[in-house]
Design a protein around this ligand. Structure first.
Ligand code: SDX
Length: 429
């Protein structure tokens, strides 16, 4: 079959150019514009990169219209039901589900990298007690380059793999330490006898004064949330990790940049913003007032946890989390009026023309906070929870980019500033 192409004609120069159309395994075809500037002297303009593919990737596929999310070809619904976070981590990192011996070795590697250098704990002491956990996470992760400087050769596959495992293993340890710092509690060290999610809950909530038993319902719910947050193709924080990685920066600097990007309320910070919004609404009787604010162009208020750049249908993760909300709260015997409020808010919004026309549906952040709250995790830690799961996606995408030939990322611009002009001395101005 003849190669598909797009033929452009420049009305000014009369020149025409055939641009190849590139298709992947699935998804919308893309136009390879690499010859556009050399041949026609033209750049493309796509603020927010809404229609621009920044890379080729084998890791995650999303179909926004159909509400599809697959990790290495496996539907998120199947992984959520049948897999575990650490098995999903292996899948995202290496492309295949592990055999039992492969998984055992991977789990042992992660387990034995969960501790952080003791100096990192004293570094953490420098933060004010009420520092936001994401400020601590980004600062401490960036500092890790200072502790592992002997293994930072990004051109060495073994050192890349070690850094990836260190980041996956230590993120929960650092996040839990940030929480304990805010509580004024002594540090809790990782327990190798527990699995990934159990170990995190133990590090978060155990206190020296008494024995702490991990609730299996809570650990299972957390493992599910980590799976659902693990990767999401070229979102803002992952694109940040790739851009920083394209300069050859070390993986800790790349991941710290990803954490910073995730913190924004338009991105991973939305889960914290949703809980704050639900508490602000307070009662079902006020839902209409806030939906009205969300529709008012003169009001900066947005319905947090609603809308998505790619999903113009239900975010499949939101569907899974909404179902899990009911199951977890029932199993824990918790009645949370905020869940009823969220359900009512969703119902009213999805019947409102403004949201229907703009295809604004609940996204991954809309319900996740309800479960975190039920597990006793404070709102300020919600985005740090997102970061723990997404670390797997960040390092998987960083490994993929690092292992393939790539150029430094360097977008162009449309310059709209002053034309050339001469300097005027201050006495002439
Ligand atoms: C995540 O990219 C990813 O994959 C991200 C993520 C991941 O896993 O990595 O899925 C995680 O970040 C989920 C999104 C979490 N953010 C929020 O919930 C914050 C609230 N949502 C929005 O700010 C917004 O929907 C975005 C940022 C998510 C998407 O923004 P877009 O794609 O730039 O959409 P837009 O701002 O151009 O909005 C289109 C229209 C606008 O109205 P009009 O100008 O057409 O009249 O929809 C409106 C917007 O005003 N709109 C909203 C809205 N979201 C969009 N109006 C009210 N409330 C909202 N939440």
């Amino acid at each position: 079959m003849a190669e598909r192409k797009l033929t452009l004609t420049d009305s000014e120069s009369g020149k025409t150019l055939d641009l190849p159309v590139v298709s992947g395994t699935e998804g919308d075809p893309t136009i390879d514009i690499s010859r556009l500037h050399p041949e026609l002297g033209l750049f493309t303009f796509d603020p927010g990169y809404g229609a621009t593919a920044s890379c080729k990737s084998d890791i995650t596929y999303i179909d926004g219209g159909e509400g599809i999310l697959r990790y290495r070809g496996y539907p998120i619904e199947q992984l959520a039901e049948k897999s575990s976070f650490l098995e999903v981590a292996y899948l995202l990192l290496y492309g295949e589900l592990p055999k039992d011996t492969e998984f055992a070795r991977f789990e042992r590697d992660i387990t034995y990298h969960t501790m952080v250098h003791e100096r990192i704990n004293s570094f953490m002491d420098g933060f004010h007690y009420d520092a936001h956990p994401m400020a601590i996470l980004s600062g401490v992760v960036a500092s890790m380059a200072g502790f592992y400087h002997d293994k930072l050769d990004v051109n060495d596959p073994e050192q890349r793999d070690l850094a990836a495992k260190r980041l996956i293993a230590k993120m929960p340890t650092i996040a839990a330490a940030a929480y304990r710092h805010s509580m004024g509690w002594p540090n809790a060290y990782p327990s190798n006898s527990l699995n990934y999610s159990e170990r995190f809950l133990h590090m978060m909530f155990s206190v020296p004064a008494e024995n702490y038993e991990v609730n299996p319902v809570a650990a299972k719910a957390l493992d599910l949330l980590f799976i659902l947050h693990a990767d999401h193709e070229q979102n803002a924080s992952t694109s940040t990790v790739r851009l920083v990685g394209s300069t050859g920066a070390n993986p800790y600097a790349c991941t710290a940049a990803g954490i910073a990007a995730l913190w924004g309320p338009a991105h991973g910070g939305a889960n914290e913003a949703v809980l704050n919004m639900l508490n602000q609404i307070g009662d079902v009787s006020r839902v209409g007032e806030f939906v009205k604010k969300a529709k008012d162009k003169n009001d900066p208020f947005r319905l947090m946890g609603f809308g998505h750049r790619v999903y113009k249908n239900f975010d499949p993760r939101a569907t899974i989390i909404r179902k899990a909300c009911h199951e977890v709260l029932d199993e824990l015997g918790i009645k949370d009026p905020l869940l009823d409020l969220a359900m009512e808010l969703e119902k009213i919004a999805l019947e409102d023309d403004y949201f229907v026309q703009r295809k604004l549906y609940p996204n991954v952040d809309f319900y996740s906070g309800i479960i975190y709250k039920a597990l006793g995790i404070p709102t300020s830690m919600f985005t740090a929870m997102f970061a723990i799961g997404r670390t797997v996606g960040w390092v998987s995408q960083w490994l993929e980019q690092s292992a393939t030939p790539h150029r430094i990322g360097r977008p162009r611009q449309v310059y709209t500033g002053a034309a050339e002009r001469d300097y005027v001395s201050i006495d002439q101005r």
